[in-house]
Design a protein around this ligand. Structure first.
Ligand code: NAD
Length: 493
């Protein structure tokens, strides 16, 4: 559990890793290039990491291929592989506070969220897939009596993973743990602005007994290091979480290289719908506020469009504004701050521009709307209503603490507004009417529909998008499918 007060960053003994992790060792970039790591808490530089190029990526994928071919991991007894994955989970939990603090210094998420989502969320993934290793069966196909048909699930070989900055460790673990459980080798390219915890994960995996070369991390710029990984002929499957723009490029890179399978977990503009019969109006208002303002809105499934039935609009708006104003924003290492920092100066500028544009398009700002303080990157949780329904704050992912409220009059209209989006990641429904809730689950174009809640950490529930929000699943047993090939074996008896 976390103690109240400011977490003493100076007490944290974890040393920020500084180099790539390739073939079981920390190694600098071949050309010696480095980049600074700065903190959104105060904008100050506090570490530096290797800035990788194509040569470093090749070294990592070659190490991964060698490890795979050697069978040092995939040919180990299942019980031994399980032990390693469970040990990784244990170490993540043992060092949870140190890891969370290091991660918060780099990406700005409030510690109360980061502590549970990052080290503990990553541990959950390693424990889940570690436990699954010896519980998955192949199949025996129906065949003629003089034949036997077996369907084996075999590892794909080398998996590339490219991950974003918002929950860098947890999202990396959502890909690394199932890929390793399936027997693959992995090369991860973390976000250039949130690499430290992914490097830590590779160190921890080695300490837990993962053989050299099975998990490698190369840090660097997306357009350089990420592109090199996506074009690499030795990568069999690429698992990505990030923006749609980069996702499109990855599909092109696959076409230009070895036709690797590409799984995309992308953004959203998720609709959270409050009907005129919410079970508890105050709870729905707090739920809707948390659905957008957690991690300053830098959450893929953030409920950034709030559809409210016109019959309760006034009353609900008041409760929503009160819930939002109850949050304190500031230094994410102070536990009583429910909302931390915007991840970077660039992200803060995007948020400011989107709010200015919304106001120019006639939107009214019910609360927030401005940057807070002048040191570090903080923005007040902001609620907008009205204005041009086609403007960016209504249609595009801002990835910041900005909520658009949209009134509606009927169930059909709510579904129409919610589904009128190129995205299909998540949705929320707040109603006391069970039949209506089920109808909404069926009607909404979203990979996850939450009823009288928003978000959740049940690991068995896969998370994946419809439409332009992606094409794969993280979490759950289903995510293992991304990292295996089916092999049919025919026997004449
Ligand atoms: P991003 O797309 O800018 O970057 C993601 C990763 O791609 C980073 O590691 C980056 O370095 C790399 N990259 C950038 N250009 C590249 C290129 N040309 N080739 C290869 N790699 C490249 O996304 P971001 O800003 O880090 O993260 C925010 C986005 O991630 C949001 O859109 C958010 O919705 C999405 N996201 C989705 C989920 C999900 O589960 N669906 C979860 C978290 C975040």
């Amino acid at each position: 559990m976390l103690d109240q007060g400011k977490i003493d960053a100076a007490r944290v003994t974890t040393v920020a890793p500084a180099e790539h992790f390739i073939d079981g060792r920390s190694v600098p970039s071949a050309n010696g290039a480095r980049r600074d790591v700065s903190s959104p808490i105060d904008g100050a530089v506090f570490a530096s990491i290797a800035d990788g190029g194509a040569g470093d990526v090749s070294a990592a994928t070659a190490a991964a291929r060698r490890a795979y071919d050697s069978g040092s991991w995939r040919n180990q007894p299942l019980a031994a592989r399980k032990r390693v994955l469970l040990r990784i989970a244990e170490i993540l939990e043992e060092r949870a506070l140190d890891l969370a603090v290091l991660g918060v210094r780099e990406n700005g998420t409030e510690i109360g969220v980061a502590f549970y989502a990052e080290p503990h969320g990553a541990a959950q993934s390693f424990r889940y897939y570690g436990e699954a290793i010896d519980k998955l069966f192949g199949e025996v196909a129906p065949t003629a009596s003089d034949k036997l048909g077996l369907i084996h699930r075999v590892p794909v070989g080398v998996v590339g993973a490219i991950v974003p900055w918002n929950f860098p460790l947890m999202i990396a673990a959502w890909k690394v743990a199932p890929a390793l459980a399936a027997g693959n080798s992995v090369v991860v390219k973390p976000s250039e602005t949130a690499s430290l915890l992914v490097l830590k994960l590779a160190e921890i995996a080695a300490e837990a007994g993962l053989p050299d070369g099975v998990l490698n991390v190369v840090t660097g710029d997306g357009a350089v290091t990420g592109e090199a990984l996506a074009l690499d002929m030795d990568v069999d499957v690429l698992a990505f979480t990030g923006s749609g723009g980069v996702g499109r490029r990855l599909l092109e890179y696959a076409g230009r290289s070895n036709l690797k399978r590409v799984y995309l977990e992308l953004g959203g503009k998720s609709a959270n719908i409050v009907f005129d019969d919410p079970v508890d109006l105050a709870a729905a208002a707090m739920g809707a506020a948390r659905a957008i303002f957690t991690n300053s809105g830098q959450v893929c499934i953030a409920g950034s469009r709030l559809l409210v039935h016109r019959a309760i609009l006034g009353e609900f708006q008041d409760a929503l504004v009160a819930a939002t104003r109850s949050f304190t924003v500031g230094d994410p290492l102070i536990l009583s701050h429910q909302i931390g920092a915007i991840h970077s100066a660039g992200q803060l500028a995007k948020v400011e521009a989107a709010v200015a544009e919304a106001r120019a398009a006639g939107a009214e700002c019910l609360t927030g709307g401005e940057r807070l303080g002048d040191s570090g990157y903080y923005f007040a949780p902001t609620i907008l209503i009205g204005g041009d329904g086609n403007s960016r704050h209504v249609r595009e992912e801002i990835f910041g603490p900005v909520l658009s409220v949209i009134p509606f009059d009927s169930d059909e209209e709510a579904v129409g507004i919610a589904n009128d989006s190129p995205y299909g990641l998540a949705a929320g429904v707040w109603t006391a009417n069970l039949s209506r809730a089920h109808r909404m689950v069926a009607a909404l174009d979203a990979g996850a529909v939450h009823v009288n809640c928003y978000g959740g950490l049940e690991f068995a529930m896969p998370i994946g998008g419809m439409k332009q929000s992606g094409n794969g699943y993280d979490r759950g047993l289903q995510a293992l499918d991304k990292f295996v090939n089916l092999k049919s074996a025919w026997f004449a008896l």
